[in-house]
Ligand binder design. Structure first.
Ligand SMILES: Nc1nc2c(ncn2[C@@H]2O[C@H](COP(=O)(O)OP(=O)(O)OP(=O)(O)O)[C@@H](O)[C@H]2O)c(=O)[nH]1
Ligand SMILES: [Mg+2]
Length: 681
């Protein structure tokens, strides 16, 4: 074990606040801002003033995007980034976490939030982010703290290390005992706690809990282990050093307790951040970045402000930037125009941002969330690769008023720039513009932004399914196009052999014309006519998986033409296909659903009800207590599938799906699909 003491740092920090939905993250941010004097008064409920004052967040009583607030504690500048808890907005956290020094995981002692907590901690593990847990809503806790830990421990790969225990009076939590300081504090609402004497009963609990904390620390400190064995009281400084080192090295997850709403436990949390949190130097190490004298920044979030300005909120990892600094992003260079610190939506102009600080950089037009920027001459490889999650929900959108079409596509472009988990597809076949995202709420919020911020009323619809049709048997059919309307006539005559092909074969066109009964130059015309017909077959959908052979025909030396043979080909197809017992085909997806194991049976039932074929399920690799369910399922059944999957799993299930094959669809469902198509046409 290396030197552990004297490493506490005081540089500017960037702390991400993450955790399950509605656990109190935004309320905690507000409590922190109040306690550090950045705002006057904490709102009485969460999602109130600073944290989230976007109209969308207020309307839904939940955070829908990352909120950035820079404040100071003692002599230190700290930027907090409050991330949304809902899985539909989880992607907001990734670029933030990538450049943050540490995460505060806000959770509550509630069994229903366990799976969501696991989701958060797993992501932190994947990204290698040091974390502390803030066990919130402690004033409502009825469970003993040891039972709470027992409930939470399975979510974490590293041991949870309780740093405080609650003090209760008549069963109600009224304060806490800090196990490192061995001091009792009585909570006061929205004010710092008062130091209080420790009763004998509480002393006994404290000694026991403290011993268990020291034991955990001793796992990574031989000297402490010896001291414990020899019953020597370890020096307090050594304990603090261990707490900081273990957090930084990610060997433990410290747990602090409090109430964001009542402003309790906030000061202890701030002190723990001040003393124990890694700073930008450690974050550079984590990202494999050397400080070579040039500025390097990582973009955490992109904001298009209502006044049309673009802000790239960035962490300065080394060097410094000022207004006017030229920053290289890959092969392009942009000049910073305006530099600000943020307090929610409030911007304060600053001249410069130094290593460790987080600032919003104005007008970097080509820059996107997740980009790595530098003042160096040579391009820098991105420090992290951010993947956009696969979409699980989509809607077709179009402007309510035609005149807004161009405006809509511009606004969508901006929204996607702010939110890379949003996708846009232009579907040629149906002419639909389809928005793809992470869930119903995600797309609802997107629509609200279009209508609110960009003032574009839109209509939405369920996107249509890409049905096809094919034939079950073959036929031979003549198509004769003949017209005599004075002057030049039209004449084309073909005989087509039509036969089905195996699924996935597509379309084949051949000819077995002998002796020039259809002249060579008209054979492609026949094919064009046939293909044109196949765009919409007898059932109203594109026809696939069939072969057409031009077997015979005749022509007229004056009246035959390209167009006449196209029409003859079309005619033969039109009359022929009806005899080939056409059948509808629907796309079937191969799907993997990720779910906590206790919901696996419910998930398979949901899939089966939606005509899914369960292929099996397995333990999800690297996730204890989770499964992957494999199935195939018709695409038409997946429109709102995610909603049902999430409601069966307290909001945490997700899936990946890829096209697998086309399958025949008959009966009532086929009729419904054809009716819908008929109406649309
Ligand atoms: N009893 C109690 N309620 C709290 C506490 N902190 C927050 N709440 C309540 O919990 C609810 C959710 O609070 P938020 O701060 O919006 O939670 P959040 O984690 O930011 O939620 P999302 O961002 O949507 O994931 C609100 O009704 C808060 O008033 C607390 O310490 N005690
Ligand atoms: Mg929130």
């Amino acid at each position: 074990m290396g030197k552990r003491s004297g490493e506490r740092s005081r540089g500017p920090k960037c702390i991400a606040i993450v955790g399950p939905f509605a656990s109190g993250k935004t309320t905690l941010l507000e409590a922190i801002l109040e306690r550090t004097g950045a705002i006057m008064k904490q709102a009485s409920t969460g999602s109130g003033t600073v944290g989230d004052h976007s109209a969308e967040a207020r309307a839904h009583q939940m955070s829908v995007e990352a909120n950035i607030a820079t404040t100071g504690f003692l002599d230190e500048s700290i930027t907090f980034v409050d991330c949304p808890g809902s899985i539909e907005f989880a992607h907001e956290a990734d670029p933030v976490l990538a450049a943050a020094d540490m995460a505060i995981v806000v959770t509550e002692p509630d069994e229903k939030k366990i799976a969501a907590l696991q989701l958060t901690l797993h992501r932190l593990d994947e990204l290698g982010i040091p974390r502390m847990i803030f066990l919130n809503k402690i004033e409502h806790a009825t469970m003993g703290v040891r039972d709470m830990l027992k409930m939470l421990q399975p979510t974490s790969d590293t041991p949870l290390l309780l740093r405080q225990i609650p003090l209760r009076k008549d069963g109600i939590v009224i304060g806490s005992i800090d196990l490192a300081l061995e001091r009792a504090y009585i909570y006061r609402e929205h004010a710092s706690s008062e130091i209080a004497p420790i009763s004998d009963d509480d002393r006994a609990r404290e000694v026991e809990a403290r011993f268990s904390m020291l034991e955990t620390l001793a796992d990574h400190d031989d000297r402490l282990m010896e001291q414990l064995l020899e019953e020597i009281e370890p020096p307090r400084d050594a304990i603090f050093d261990d707490l900081a080192a273990d957090l930084r090295e990610g060997t433990v997850t410290p747990v602090l307790i409090g109430s964001a709403e009542k402003g309790n436990g906030i000061l202890r949390l701030l002190k723990a951040i001040r003393h124990d949190s890694p700073d930008v130097e450690a974050t550079r190490d984590r990202l494999g970045l050397k400080d070579a004298g040039e500025a390097v920044l990582q973009v955490m979030k992109t904001i298009h402000t209502p006044h049309g300005g673009k802000l790239s909120v960035s962490r300065v990892l080394c060097g410094s930037v000022g207004d006017g600094t030229e920053l290289r992003n890959g092969n392009t260079v942009d000049r910073v125009s305006g530099l600000y610190t943020l307090l929610g939506r409030e911007q304060t102009k600053v001249a410069k941002a130094e290593a460790g600080e987080t600032a919003a950089l104005g007008k970097l037009e080509g820059v996107r969330t997740g980009d790595t920027l530098t003042t160096a001459k040579a391009p820098l490889a991105p420090l992290i690769a951010l993947e956009s999650p696969q979409a699980v929900y989509s809607v077709a959108v179009h402007p309510s008023e035609r005149k807004d079409e161009a405006k809509l596509s511009l606004a969508l472009q901006k929204l996607i720039e702010e939110d890379p988990s949003l996708g846009l597809e232009q579907r040629q076949e149906t002419g639909e513009t389809v928005l793809c995202g992470q869930g119903e709420m995600h797309l609802r919020v997107t629509r609200e932004r279009l209508e609110g911020k960009y003032q574009i009323p839109v209509d939405t619809a369920v996107p249509s399914v890409a049905y096809r049709e094919t034939i079950r048997k073959g036929t031979t059919r003549r198509g004769r196009h003949k017209k005599q309307s004075g002057g030049h006539g039209q004449f084309g005559d073909v005989v087509l052999d039509i036969r089905p092909l195996p699924r996935g074969a597509g379309f084949e066109f051949t000819d077995t014309i002998a002796g020039g009964v259809v002249p060579k130059q008209y054979i492609p015309s026949v094919e064009t006519g046939v293909r044109d017909f196949l765009k919409s077959g007898p059932l109203g959908f594109p026809v696939i998986d069939l072969a057409v052979n031009l077997a015979d025909g005749s022509y007229h030396s004056v009246d035959s033409s390209d167009m006449a043979f196209q029409l003859a080909g079309r005619l033969a197809m039109k009359e022929g296909l009806g005899e080939c017992s056409p059948v509808l085909l629907e796309p079937v997806l191969r799907i993997e659903v990720y779910t906590p194991s206790d919901a696996t049976a419910r998930i398979t039932a949901i899939l089966s009800q939606r005509r899914g074929q369960i292929l099996g399920f397995d333990a999800r690799p690297g996730w204890s207590g989770w499964d992957v369910v494999q199935a195939t399922i018709p695409a038409s059944e997946t429109g709102d599938l995610i909603i049902e999957l999430r409601s069966a799993t307290a909001g945490v299930a997700s899936y990946r799906a890829t096209f697998d094959h086309m399958a025949e669809l008959t009966g009532r469902l086929a009729d419904a699909a054809m009716n819908a198509q008929g109406k649309a046409a």
